[in-house]
Design a binder for this molecule. Structure first.
Ligand SMILES: [Mn+2]
Length: 260
C-alpha cells in the first residue's frame, strides 16, 4: 500500500474550519452568487481555515475566463483570505482552475488561496481527514472516469487553454450539453460514489473522516471499514433560487452543519 499523503493543514485548539462545495457560480445565476458570497462573508468571519472543495464555478475554461461573476468571487475570496487560511480544490466543472499554460495569472494566486490536490489529507482536531471533490470516487461511471483521466493530463490542459476563448467556450458548451443528455439516462448509482472506492481511499490514507461534495446528496454516513469506524460527510450544493446551501463547521466543540 502506498504511503498516506502528507498533511497539508492541521487545525486544533481555538481553530475553526469551514467547508463548502458545489456552488456553481455563474453570471447567469446572480441569485446563487449573492446568496453564497454573502453567506461566506458572514460565516468566514469566525473561521481560521476555509475549504472550498470544488465546483466553485459552473464552468471554467481557463484563468482568463470572462464572466461577470469572476471579479465578484475574486473580491469575496480575497477578503476571506485576508483573515483565514483559504484552500481551494478543483471540481469536475472547474478543473481548469490554475491550469498549466493559462494566458492569465492563476486564480488561486489572485485571491491568495492555496490550491489543494484532490484528494488531500488534513488533521482536524485529532482526526486524520481526507478531502476530495468526490467525482474521482464515482468509479461506476467508466465513461466519465475516462474523460476525467484525459482532461486532468497537464499536456491536454495546456493544449486546451492555448485555444482562443471562443473555441474553448464552444467546446465547453458541447461537453455540458453532452453531459446533460447522458445524465437523463444515467442510473442513479452511476452518479454516486462507489462504496469500495471510498473504503479503499480511507484505508490507503489511514483516515477516520472523509469530507466531499459533488453528489449533491448532503449526509453524514458512518461506514464500517474492517471494524474501523469511518465518518463520511457529503456537502450540499448551493442554489439561490431554492435558498439551498450549507457549510460544515468544525471546532473543538464538535461538528455542525449550517443550512443557509
Ligand atoms: Mn461536481
Amino acid at each position: 500500500m502506498p504511503d498516506p499523503l502528507p498533511v497539508v493543514a492541521s487545525i486544533d485548539g481555538d481553530g475553526c474550519a469551514l467547508f463548502a462545495s458545489d456552488i456553481h457560480l455563474s453570471e447567469h445565476d446572480p441569485l446563487t452568487a449573492e446568496f453564497f458570497l454573502s453567506a461566506l462573508a458572514r460565516e468566514a468571519r469566525g473561521a481560521t481555515h476555509v475549504f472550498l472543495l470544488g465546483d466553485l464555478f459552473e464552468a471554467w475554461i481557463g484563468d482568463d475566463q470572462q464572466d461577470a461573476v469572476v471579479p465578484r468571487a475574486e473580491a469575496a475570496f480575497t477578503a476571506v483570505a485576508a483573515t483565514a487560511h483559504l484552500f481551494l480544490m478543483r471540481g469536475n466543472r472547474d478543473f481548469l482552475l490554475d491550469a498549466p499554460g493559462s494566458p492569465a495569472r492563476g486564480f488561486s494566486d489572485r485571491v491568495g488561496a492555496r490550491m489543494l490536490d484532490d484528494p488531500s489529507r488534513i488533521m482536524l482536531f485529532g482526526h486524520p481527514t481526507l478531502l476530495s471533490h468526490g467525482d474521482a470516487w464515482c468509479t461506476d461511471d467508466e465513461r466519465y472516469q475516462q474523460f476525467r483521466r484525459q482532461s486532468r493530463d497537464p499536456d491536454w490542459q495546456q493544449a486546451f487553454v492555448r485555444q482562443p476563448v471562443a473555441q474553448r467556450q464552444a467546446i465547453a458548451r458541447q461537453l455540458r450539453a453532452q453531459s446533460e443528455r447522458e445524465k437523463q439516462d444515467k442510473a442513479a448509482y452511476l452518479m454516486d460514489v462507489n462504496a469500495t472506492a471510498i473504503l479503499r481511499a480511507a484505508a490507503e490514507q489511514q483516515v477516520d473522516t472523509i469530507i466531499h461534495g459533488h453528489t449533491h446528496r448532503p449526509a453524514r454516513h458512518e461506514i464500517d471499514a474492517d471494524g474501523r469506524q469511518v465518518v463520511r460527510w457529503v456537502l450540499p450544493d448551493w442554489d439561490g433560487a431554492a435558498r439551498r446551501g450549507g457549510f460544515l463547521r468544525v471546532t473543538r466543540q464538535g461538528w455542525t452543519t449550517i443550512d443557509w
